[in-house]
Design a binder for this molecule. Structure first.
Ligand SMILES: NC(=O)CCC(=O)C(=O)O
Length: 286
């Protein structure tokens, strides 16, 4: 692999997901083409971009992605290759050995799969009168973190609810990750309260770039996504952000800023690991 770039143009595609998988794939293909045409070297898709975000839909939309021959995986491998981009293909429901996972696939510009990350922390919440969702009714949690070396930088992956667990992001930072990407679909209760806050917090805690990529809000669906995809820099600054409509947002990242910010405020060196501990007990998966 050529040396990773220090300056990278990233596109986050906030896609409108419907209950028609063919249509969702076409929408993703069109967005990837548009983003690549506008010079993006890395393109990111939302959580569950090929499937409505619902426990009823996950089993029926799920694909066995071994070998990349399933409909969505094949389309993404092909799109990455056709447009010569690094593709962080959001997430889709994955069927494997009798279980379902919420899975993010990453491809290089030759269309080869670099990573498969399965959501580690399942979204099981119940806020009375507001939102109740239990991913664990249908999904199984992943067991591995995922650091991915791409031509567009060293990435760490999480999916949506994973952003609430700072340990994951801290481990990524310790492993030299420059950009953490969380495809995610927050909702209308926790979105306004926490989405931007958590994105900035993970960026500032760890002095790196963080991107969150949501589906657009579909009021015809049972789950209304908050939207507001955004990219935040290592000082907590918003580089680009969307509202809730479908669209593509872009940012030029300069990874040298990570080093610069850490030089000025050397948090990693100031950690008191003599007093506390943080351990990665997993192996990255593909
Ligand atoms: N899809 C998800 O994991 C949603 C997470 C969410 O809304 C939150 O508040 O956390």
């Amino acid at each position: 692999m050529p040396a990773p770039k220090t300056k990278v143009k990233v596109a986050l595609c906030q896609l409108l997901t419907t209950d028609n998988k063919d249509k969702n794939i076409l929408t993703a293909q069109q967005a990837i083409r548009e983003a690549a045409g506008n010079g993006a070297e890395m393109v990111v898709l939302p959580e569950m971009w090929n499937c409505p975000y619902s426990n009823e839909s996950f089993p029926t939309f799920a694909e066995d992605i071994e070998g990349d021959s399933s409909q969505s995986a094949a389309a993404m491998a092909e799109a990455a290759k056709q447009h010569g981009i690094t593709l962080v293909a959001g997430s889709i429901p994955e069927k494997h050995a009798g279980r379902l996972y919420n899975t993010c696939l990453v491809y290089n510009k030759q269309g080869q799969r670099l990573a498969r990350f399965r959501k580690m922390h399942l979204f099981d919440i119940d806020i009375p009168g507001k939102i109740s969702f239990k991913e664990s009714d249908t999904l199984t949690a992943g067991e591995n973190i995922s650091v991915v070396d791409t031509e567009a930088g060293r990435l760490g992956l999480g999916i949506c609810y994973d952003i609430r667990f700072p340990e994951l992001a801290m481990i990524y930072a310790r492993q030299g990750v420059q950009l953490i990407l969380y495809p995610g679909a927050f909702n209308m209760t926790t979105g306004p309260a926490h989405w931007e806050l958590l994105t900035k917090a993970r960026a500032v805690d760890n002095q790196l770039f963080v991107g969150v990529c949501s589906p657009a809000r579909n009021l015809e669906a049972s789950y209304h996504a908050w939207g507001h995809s955004m990219l935040v820099g290592p000082f907590g600054q918003i580089l680009t952000s969307a509202e809730h409509e479908p669209g593509i947002i872009y940012a030029d990242l300069d990874y040298e800023e990570v080093e610069e910010r850490r030089k000025g405020m050397p948090l990693a060196a100031q950690k008191r690991y003599d007093l506390y501990e943080l351990a990665d007990k997993t192996a990255s998966g593909k």
